[in-house]
Design a protein around this ligand. Sequence first.
Ligand SMILES: Nc1ncnc2c1ncn2[C@@H]1O[C@H](COP(=O)(O)OP(=O)(O)OP(=O)(O)O)[C@@H](O)[C@H]1O
Ligand SMILES: [Mg+2]
Length: 577
Amino acid sequence: MTKLFKYLKPYIWSIIAVFFLTIIQVGVNLELPGYMARIIDEGIMENQTDIIFSVGFIMLSISLAGAVCIVLAGYLAARIATGFAMVVREKVFDKVHDFSLVEFNRFSTSSLITRSTNDIQQIQTIVFMMLRIMLVAPLTAAGAIFQAYRTAPSMTWIMGLAVFVIIGVVVLLWSIVMPKFKLLQKLIDRLNLVTRENLSGLRVIRAFNAEKYEEKKFNQANLDLVDLNLFLNRLLALIQPLMTLISSFAMIMVIWVGARLIGDGSFLVGDMIAFMQYLTLVLFGFMMMSMIFIMLPRAMVSGGRVADVLASEPAIKEPLKSCSFKPGAPAIEFRDVTFAYPEAEYPVLKNITFIAESGKTTALIGSTGSGKSTLLHLITRFYDVSFGHVLIEGVDVRQLKFTDLYGRLGYVPQKGVLFSGTIGSNIKYGAPQADDYRAHAAASVAQASEFIDKTKEGLEASIAQGGTNVSGGQKQRLSIARALVKKPDIFLFDDSFSALDFRTDVALRQALKTETAQATVLIVAQRINTVMNADKIIVLDKGKISGIGKHLDLLKNCAVYKEIALSQLSKEELYKY
Ligand SMILES: Nc1ncnc2c1ncn2[C@@H]1O[C@H](COP(=O)(O)OP(=O)(O)OP(=O)(O)O)[C@@H](O)[C@H]1O
Ligand SMILES: [Mg+2]
């Protein structure tokens, strides 16, 4: 939590101003009871109306000054707290952008959402409270104790006793509350997760008639949170009455002891009233401090959670300097690459070595789960290899600046991802400077023109969040168009033709051939049709390469390839080429 305080730096002058205003405010509060005592002892007791008026006027004016200070300090503190929260939120957002999939898996998306919303809100609240109370409370309490002692030294022990009891109560509550707050934020994470899953999986939930089950899951998460919240709030609700009880007892004792002293003639009525006001101030100060101590644990937990995000270094780092590409080197080369997912026991890719020549089409085929997508993710640096090297034009991808690396790549993910906006904004995502003509050309190659033309607005047709208003196949085609507009040197298609019907698949691959004649293409596919024309086919089986070659060679020499091929096409079709 303290690590976050460095973001308060820009507000240092405002903070100093708040402190000064606070000191004035406390000073005013401490002065008032003294004047009150004078009004009573000199004005009322001795019937001097002019003293009542003149001292009353002074009291009014300094109260007014105090009120102005309170308003100003409150305004400044609110500005500091919200500004601080904004900066932290920005930092978290930036940090999360740099995260690799490793960090996403570690934190989980729902937790990252809680951390950047609810947790930061908690921190904002505590910063505001600290600015307003942290200084006011102890200053008021200390000042009031001093003034009370000056007014009536013989009664300060009552004050001491009351303070002692209050501290005892606060420590007790604190020890109960503190561990629960950690749990509370975890439960909010959980509720977030269930809600997110429910919202994004709504169709599946309906289709499987799983509403009851999901409802139960949601209710459980919700109830857990409610129970804990109730428990905490009941406990915190105890504070107010307990404090009132303690202060009432203290007052009764002051009146009881004070009345006897006044009877003896060693004490003035005004002084007793002033003492009672100081006592109220002391108790008020301690009450405020106890509130902070109760709020602090939650904010500390939140602060820790946010600081965790900010402190975690992305596993995938950009090098400081880019190496320059080696002309003539193959576009993509894997050198004895082995890769295991973090926390996984066994590697999913083992000793992968191959070359994808520049300007050629290389295809990657293998059964589901054989590691094809994983292999592409190593080129795009979503993950880094465990052993070995992945080279782009002769340079290890880990030695390339992101702009150099991603400038070369046109990646079409297995699961089409679109952003809310328009068809045009999605196609031009990787090349914002592209004009409509280029966007249309790319769409035409990607076989997306037909459905784009069908919409009234064309490129301006809107895309809903997550691309839910287009079909799976349309999403894939738009993703392909998005990669084409970039005109990259290397295309990576991860099973990008799977959601297309055969006719479109053929048309698309033919159009691609002319469009990508100069480019290196790496196609991942499960369909033999898609790969059989490739210059080179790599067969992946359970994370290992079981064959590299052309279609006919592989049919002869690679049992895995032959098995896949025969399961999809007849012998005649296979040997046609
Ligand atoms: N984030 C991950 N963490 C741990 N293991 C993973 C992760 N992603 C994939 N795997 C595992 O890695 C293996 C290879 O997955 P990959 O996605 O590369 O397969 P694929 O060949 O692309 O399959 P498909 O054809 O179905 O897309 C699988 O066994 C999978 O369980
Ligand atoms: Mg895959």
